[in-house]
Write a protein that binds this ligand. Sequence first.
Ligand SMILES: Cc1cc2nc3c(=O)[nH]c(=O)nc-3n(C[C@H](O)[C@H](O)[C@H](O)COP(=O)(O)OP(=O)(O)OC[C@H]3O[C@@H](n4cnc5c(N)ncnc54)[C@H](O)[C@@H]3O)c2cc1C
Length: 427
Amino acid sequence: MTSWSNWAGNVTASPDAIEHPGSTDEVVALVRAHPRVKAVGAGHSFTPIAQPEGVQLRLDRMDRVLSADTRTGLVRVQAGISLHDLNRRLTSLGLALPNLGDVDPQSVAGATSTGTHGTGARLFGIAKAVAGIQLVTADGEVLEIGPDHELFDAARVGLGALGIVTEVTLQCVPSFLLHAREEPMALSDVISGLDALVDGNDHFEFYFFPHTDKALTKRNNRVPDGTTRAPLPRWRHALDDELLSNTVYEQVQRLSTRKPSLIPRINALSGSLLGAREYTDVSHEVFISPRRVRFRESEFALPRAAAADAIAEMQRWYARTDQYVSFPVEVRFTAADDIWMSTGYERDNVYIAVHQYHRTDPAEYFAAMQDIFVAHEGRPHWGKMHTLGPDHFRAVYPRFDDFVAVRDRLDPERRFGNAYLRQVLGS
Ligand SMILES: Cc1cc2nc3c(=O)[nH]c(=O)nc-3n(C[C@H](O)[C@H](O)[C@H](O)COP(=O)(O)OP(=O)(O)OC[C@H]3O[C@@H](n4cnc5c(N)ncnc54)[C@H](O)[C@@H]3O)c2cc1C
């Protein structure tokens, strides 16, 4: 009996078989041999977007860097390489991805297929760095999709619906150091100074603690060439990022689950304990943090101008609900892009992400937040929990019907289909 579960443990499956192809030819053979196939990356989506209904393809053997041009920054990789391995390979080549999210176990194909993003008002999600895709379609054809190909804008964030991505070309940038400045602030001060904070830093984000006015701000800025690294001392990394953010945090979450009424006081204490810190390090060392406490997450992109109103509505909900929320809320920003199914399509966004400990049922909390976000034309992250369907997506994605038409053409028999795609695309 084969079985699979995502990272959060809320999506499971028993695929007919699990295959580990080692090349594009092997992927073609598997697609031709089986009526239903689904590729999975690191299983880091909270939605059932990667749930297989036939054979599961794990591209963990397709993890090589195929070519790298350090002059142009174009790097060709096999689609199963993890961001973790890629970041290290790029650093050794003097290159980097221009922006990253919070963690790095995801595969390149998985991260780009769902529109994975970090923060930066003048920057984009990872899929915007895609300069070419090799895609195996339902009839076993191998398409090379570059910027001039008619499928380029559909395929960069393809939701796993168009075919199996076997290779990806990424437009990388010269490697760079970031100066990180983390500092607690009152949430009300963050909101009143938001535009200056967002526009005045290369990468600005903040977390706020429900039931309190406490926030933790993070400003990451590129430093001039020639600046030397000044990474966090190992003891500080071990204390803040391992002990407080993971080991102690797990115990705090367990206590919160047993005694939810303590949560407002625990959140106030957490918000006060987090001290200011500054360091300078290689970009991916600054972007990426370990996340060992399991949680469930829902995240929506809203027009950036809606940030203050949406957060005020969230605060009013926290004040009136009998639910206690122990996890901080994460708030990030990106610039508009041109990818049809990207949350950033033609819109500068604020992203608001809500979390709940994995042993606590998040349904009521996430439903209340979804109502707030939908009222602000929210677009949910494709890999994070929501309950929306095609009517909503048609209203918030101008190219939704074009994407559906491309999928009808490439996969008329829904060989890459699953329940999640039926929910969001309508069939
Ligand atoms: C702890 C944690 C932190 C996270 N932090 C962030 C963050 O900071 N920013 C953010 O935006 N998101 C974040 N996410 C969400 C995550 O980046 C996305 O859900 C991403 O899709 C996961 O990548 P994966 O490799 O695990 O893909 P999976 O979840 O395994 O798959 C995602 C989709 O990609 C498809 N896919 C995978 N490989 C292929 C392929 N070769 N060809 C075609 N389709 C394929 C799958 O079929 C599925 O549809 C986080 C998730 C977790 C659990």
